[in-house]
Design a protein around this ligand. Structure first.
Ligand SMILES: O=C(O)[C@H](O)CO
Length: 323
């Protein structure tokens, strides 16, 4: 019997995925990362499953090109806002993602951003580069905010939110607050308090965005949101750029309405080189590297490949997305 076919829509997927597929499926790899290459690779390929990785939208055009025989999709990401889940559901396609295996790596970046934003990393680096590092001991120069003893608010206490909370405990924070759809047992175990959004904004010294991008969270951090934060407050986003109204954030940062921001995700990505965010010294930016470690990317590739094999075998995936 002919082997089933999997299309890997990204030429940089770690080797481990190919090793898992070997002997079980035939693999076709996209020649490029872009939409055009993917569509070209899929045309007439007649594959049964898609291994998705990267920011290209998985939509009607792609699925129409791939053909009606596609019944399985595995995305090498925790987030799946780039996938038309309603269309997958309508077509009877199963979807798996990669939660949990990236929690630690992403939470590490959240803490990296929180600390560098609170201790004015960008501004300090500019002083060194521009020769404005003052050569006398001014006790009031470059003062930042403490994490120890602070109140921290986590928007979305899912797996990544919990990994952030665990790390924060090691930094001696005084209080952890969180928002979400409902109070969670894990919140109790972490000693975190479930509050409403206004309370979280009003009381938090640091706010971490760790909720997925949905209709509900899209642009949730708007001018009103920032106006309710402390002037010394710091916002960290490791989720998706669209959770933040970026123009409102820039205004809040410029007007001193909040102290600083640490962003691993922006809108658009890649960020335009002339973005105001790059000019502000109270912003720390990383280029969406939350899950970018060797171990984590290998684990994500492995889980995606295993999910796809399960899906092709008609079994429940290890980490299915409920459509
Ligand atoms: O959703 C994810 O998995 C991450 O954002 C990718 O780095």
């Amino acid at each position: 019997m002919a082997l089933k076919k999997v299309f890997i829509a990204n030429p940089s997927v770690p080797r481990v995925a190919y090793n898992i597929f070997e002997n079980f499926v035939e693999v076709i790899t996209s020649s490029g990362y872009d939409r055009e290459s993917i569509i070209k690779g899929l045309s007439g390929a007649n594959v049964d499953a898609l291994f998705w990785a990267g920011g290209v939208k998985l939509d009607k055009e792609i699925l129409d090109t791939a053909g009606p025989q596609v019944k399985v999709v595995g995305t090498m990401s925790a987030g799946y806002n780039h996938i038309d889940t309603a269309l997958l559901k309508a077509k009877g396609i199963v979807l798996g993602n990669t939660p949990r295996v990236l929690d630690d790596a992403v939470a590490d970046v959240a803490l990296l951003l929180a600390m560098s934003a609170s201790r004015r990393y960008t501004e300090g680096r500019r002083h060194i580069e521009e020769g404005t590092w003052i050569n006398f001991f001014n006790t009031q120069w470059m003062l930042g905010q403490d994490i120890s003893g602070s109140t921290v608010g986590i928007v979305g206490l899912g797996n990544i939110g919990q990994a952030i909370a665990k790390r924060l405990k090691g930094f001696g924070v005084a209080k952890i607050l969180y928002t979400g759809h409902r109070e969670k047992p894990e919140g109790k175990e972490l000693g975190a308090q479930f509050v409403n959004q206004d309370t979280l904004n009003r009381e938090s010294d640091f706010i971490f965005l760790a909720a997925p991008l949905t209709n509900e969270t899209n642009q949730m951090c708007n001018a009103d949101f920032f106006s309710k934060m402390k002037k010394t407050g710091i916002i960290v986003n490791i989720s998706r750029g669209q959770l933040i109204d970026q123009a409102a954030l820039i205004k809040a940062l410029k007007d001193g309405e909040i102290f600083a921001a640490g962003l691993d995700v922006m809108d658009p990505e890649p960020l335009n080189r002339d973005s105001e965010l790059l000019k502000l010294s109270n912003v720390v930016l990383t280029p969406h590297i939350g899950s970018a470690t060797n171990n984590t990317r290998n684990a994500m590739a492995e889980l995606t490949a295993k999910n796809i094999l399960r899906g092709l075998g008609g079994e429940e995936m290890f980490t299915p997305v409920k459509l």
